[in-house]
Design a protein around this ligand. Structure first.
Ligand SMILES: *Cc1c(COP(=O)(O)O)cnc(C)c1O
Length: 339
């Protein structure tokens, strides 16, 4: 039995999901005649109290389309130094939109309204890039699945309103945050201009993200998606996986969070582990003692069929997900005791 804790993207579609995909009614989505895609977009927009949604093949494309939608070349987005758009989208902000990132030195991928204020350039100063957008990530990826305080986001929204800035949410794992903090999608729909959400992370779909916003914004985003090469045809087969995920895989994220916390406890007792970062959702980041190399630690766990990810900077990562069962949890906890 292989236990893969590398990422929550390693899940394979469950039987029920495959069934839903096989039975999907499809059409040519470029002609807007795929009923299942339209259903997914509407369903998500309604959940978040937004006017419209747009289906994307990846979260990267959804985020990049949002940046393009909200900016003109030479403008600037304020985001955290650990943000996915800056670190893990291949330099997309500069390549796709010709914009730069003004990085905040945040805490676990999160920052405060005051830190945003300090990064806003004076509109009347022609020497500095025009600030047009603030971007937030919830949960934070590099920050180890940390969840934002909704109160701080409200304050940032206010700062954006006062300075005529757009606010975009990279909600790749937003449902993990909603479940962990018992918050509602509408609360987020109200606070952000646009939101991107991954169906292929904790929700367990094989592919897909949805961008949410106003009718006008999604009309523009459709043109950008075409420009990025993301116009798709009978893609209802994939949208059906997303609908199934929304109907069946949200509440159960609490199991992933509980299992991650259990692994965290076992790691804290492990003699080779220096420290474990606070675990709020399904991502566990920990550091090893000098008495073991990360290669030896990984090799030992691999020999027990446990796969994990080394993130560099001394960070080790495990991520729980839909295909990580209670039985596998017992094995991991036992193996950690014997390292
Ligand atoms: C996974 C992820 C994305 C999107 O990644 P894709 O692999 O392109 O779907 C965006 N933001 C964050 C924070 C992520 O973790």
């Amino acid at each position: 039995m292989e236990i893969n804790l590398i990422s929550d993207t390693v899940t394979k579609p469950a039987k029920g999901m495959l069934q839903a995909m096989m039975n999907a009614e499809v059409g040519d989505d470029v002609f807007k005649t795929d009923p299942t895609v339209l259903e997914l977009q509407d369903k998500m927009a309604r959940m978040f109290g937004k006017e419209a949604g747009l289906f994307f093949p990846s979260g990267t494309m959804a985020n990049q389309a949002a940046l393009k939608l909200h900016t003109q070349p030479a403008e600037q987005v304020i985001c955290d130094k650990w943000s996915h758009i800056f670190n893990f989208e291949g330099g997309g902000p500069s390549f796709n939109s010709g914009i730069s990132c003004n990085l905040i030195d945040g805490h676990r991928g999160m920052f405060t309204a005051n830190q945003v204020i300090a990064k806003i350039n004076d509109k009347n100063n022609i020497h500095t890039p025009l600030t047009s957008l603030v971007e937030i990530e919830n949960t934070t990826n590099k920050g180890g699945g940390a969840c934002w305080d909704l109160y701080e986001i409200e304050k940032i929204r206010k700062v954006c309103d006062e300075n005529e800035l757009i606010l975009h949410l990279d909600g790749a794992r937003l449902f993990n945050a909603l479940v962990a903090k018992n918050e509602s999608p509408e609360q987020y729909g109200t606070l952000f201009d646009t939101i991107s959400i991954c169906l292929s992370k904790g929700l367990g779909a094989p592919i897909g993200s949805v961008l949410l916003g106003s009718h006008e914004q999604m009309k523009k985003a459709l043109r950008i998606r075409k420009l990025f090469g993301g116009a798709m045809r009978q893609v209802g087969y994939l949208a059906a996986a997303g609908i199934y995920a929304l109907d069946n895989h949200i509440e159960r994220l609490a199991d992933d969070h509980r299992r991650a916390a259990e692994i965290g406890k076992a790691l804290e007792k492990c003699r080779f582990v220096e420290s474990v970062e606070p675990i709020e959702t399904n991502i566990i980041i920990f550091y090893l003692k000098d008495s073991i190399t990360k290669e030896d630690f990984v090799k030992y766990l691999n020999a027990k069929n446990i796969l994990l990810h080394s993130m560099g900077e001394g960070k080790m990562r495990m991520v729980t997900h839909l295909d990580f069962t209670e039985e596998m949890l017992k094995v991991v906890v036992d193996v950690l005791k014997t390292v």
